[in-house]
Design a protein around this ligand. Structure first.
Ligand code: ADP
Length: 174
C-alpha cells in the first residue's frame, strides 16, 4: 500500500493516530485549522497547550509539541509551528521543512502509525502553496525511507487549490 495518502476535507474528522495542527508559537489556539482543531477537541487541548507553554515558553517556528487528542478520535495532536512567509529570505523554506520533520520525529517517538498533516503555513501565514507542498512531500518521503514504524501519512487538504497541487505532485513520476 502507498504510505502517502491524499484526502480533501476537514482534518478534525479523520480517524488516525495523530493529526498535526498548524499552530502558532504561543500555543494558545487561533483561527483556521488551529481554531477548528481546538473547537472539535474541546477545552482540554488548550489546557494541555498552556501547560507546555508554562514549561517551555511556547514553541518556536519549525518545532512541534504533542498533546492528547481531547475529544477528537485521535490519540494525539501534534502542534507544529510553521514560518510566517515574508519574502523567502528569512529561512522560511527550512523552517517549514523542520516543522514537518519535527512532527514526524514526535510521531515516531510516540509510536504513531498513522498521521495526517494539514497544509502548514499556507493559510494565514501566506507561504506560497506550490513550494510548501514540494517541501512537505519531500520531507515526508525522506522520513519514510528511513523509518518503518509510521505506516501512513495523509495530506489533508482543505482547499481545492492545495488538493490539486498535491494531486499533481504526488502523481508525478519519482
Ligand atoms: P497557517 O497560519 O499555518 O497558515 P491556517 O490554519 O491559516 O494556518 O492554514 C493552513 C491550512 O489549513 C490552509 O491550507 C487551510 O486551507 C487549511 N485548513 C483550514 N481549516 C482546516 C481544517 N478544518 N482541516 C484541514 N485543513 C484546514
Amino acid at each position: 500500500m502507498n504510505r502517502i495518502q491524499l484526502v480533501r476535507g476537514d482534518i478534525t474528522k479523520l480517524e488516525v493516530d495523530a493529526i498535526v495542527n498548524a499552530a502558532n508559537s504561543s500555543l494558545t489556539g487561533g483561527s483556521g485549522v488551529d481554531g477548528a482543531i481546538h473547537q472539535a477537541a474541546g477545552p482540554r487541548l488548550l489546557e494541555e497547550c498552556l501547560k507546555i507553554r508554562e514549561r517551555q515558553d511556547g514553541c518556536p517556528p519549525g518545532e512541534a509539541v504533542i498533546t492528547s487528542g481531547g475529544n477528537l478520535k485521535v490519540k494525539f495532536v501534534i502542534h507544529a509551528v510553521g514560518p510566517i512567509w515574508k519574502d523567502g529570505s528569512e529561512d522560511e523554506h527550512n523552517i517549514l521543512a523542520n516543522a514537518y520533520r519535527n512532527s514526524l520525529v514526535l510521531a515516531q517517538a510516540n509510536s504513531v502509525e498513522t498521521i495526517a498533516f494539514p497544509n502548514i503555513s499556507t493559510g494565514i501565514y501566506g507561504f506560497p502553496k506550490i513550494p510548501a507542498a514540494e517541501i512537505a512531500i519531500r520531507e515526508v518521503k525522506d522520513f519514510l525511507t528511513k523509518d518503518d514504524s509510521i505506516q501512513t501519512v495523509t495530506f489533508c487538504c482543505f482547499d481545492e487549490e492545495n488538493f490539486d497541487i498535491y494531486n499533481q505532485l504526488l502523481n508525478k513520476a519519482p
